[in-house]
Design a protein around this ligand. Structure first.
Ligand code: ATP
Length: 199
């Protein structure tokens, strides 16, 4: 599995459709200050489900949409598409390529697609959970992250190992099930109250 391609349209400084192809091995992106190198990693993080605008170096989610220049009007939509090679069936889907798309409209409406099928943010997060690629993964090491990993408290460091060990998915499902159990127990209590009133 590897990231083959990033396609951006209307995302930050990439107003027109821009395609960055990655080959197997090392790829370097070079360019002058402010030319958009970090915007490419922001685009990747964004599709992986990043919701924290600060991590995306903005103040509000709308800031990821091309906001115009002296010579060009702002746009109403940002779209980023990531294409992963899946010939090794790394992702449990029967496709040789996996494409994940995220779109946001200036109205605030968001859309997600996995292999062209509309889905929820939760589905995107689950697809990447425990792969090391996801939002909390270690596939993107930003400036300062190494220090953070070395100096963070042990609970935060533990999260990194849990992601590598592939157990985050189960922990998150356990939490969801516990929430449902709690809600069911509360409903049962309410039913018992009603029953005792009727009796
Ligand atoms: P450096 O080498 O200094 O880290 P860089 O190549 O990583 O720079 P980025 O930080 O990716 O550059 O890009 C910054 C540029 O992106 C700035 O010129 C900024 O104006 C532009 N930019 C950011 N958000 C938007 C947006 N929503 N619309 C238009 N341009 C944007």
């Amino acid at each position: 599995m590897y990231l083959k391609r990033v396609e951006m349209r209307g995302f930050k400084s990439f107003a027109d459709k821009t395609v960055v192809e990655f080959r197997e091995g090392v790829t370097c992106v070079v360019g002058p200050n402010g030319s958009g190198k970090s915007n490419i990693t922001d685009a990747v993080r964004w599709v992986l489900g990043e919701q924290r605008v600060k991590t995306l170096r903005g103040n509000k989610m709308e800031d990821v949409i091309f906001n115009g220049t002296k010579h060009r009007k702002s746009l109403g939509l940002a779209e980023v598409k990531l294409t992963f090679d899946n010939t090794s069936q790394f992702f449990p889907l029967d496709y040789e390529e996996i494409t994940v798309v995220r779109r946001v409209h200036r109205s605030g409406e968001s859309e997600y697609f996995i292999n062209q099928l509309p889905c929820r943010l939760k589905d995107v997060r689950e697809l990447f959970m425990d792969t090391g690629i996801g939002r909390e993964g270690y596939s993107i090491i930003g400036q300062g992250r190494i220090d953070e990993i070395l100096s963070n408290n042990k609970d935060e460091r533990r999260l990194l190992f849990e992601e590598a060990a592939g157990i985050i998915k189960y922990k998150s499902r356990k939490q969801e099930s516990q929430k449902k159990l709690k809600a069911t127990n509360e409903n049962l209590l309410r039913i018992q109250d009603i029953l005792s009133e009727i009796e």
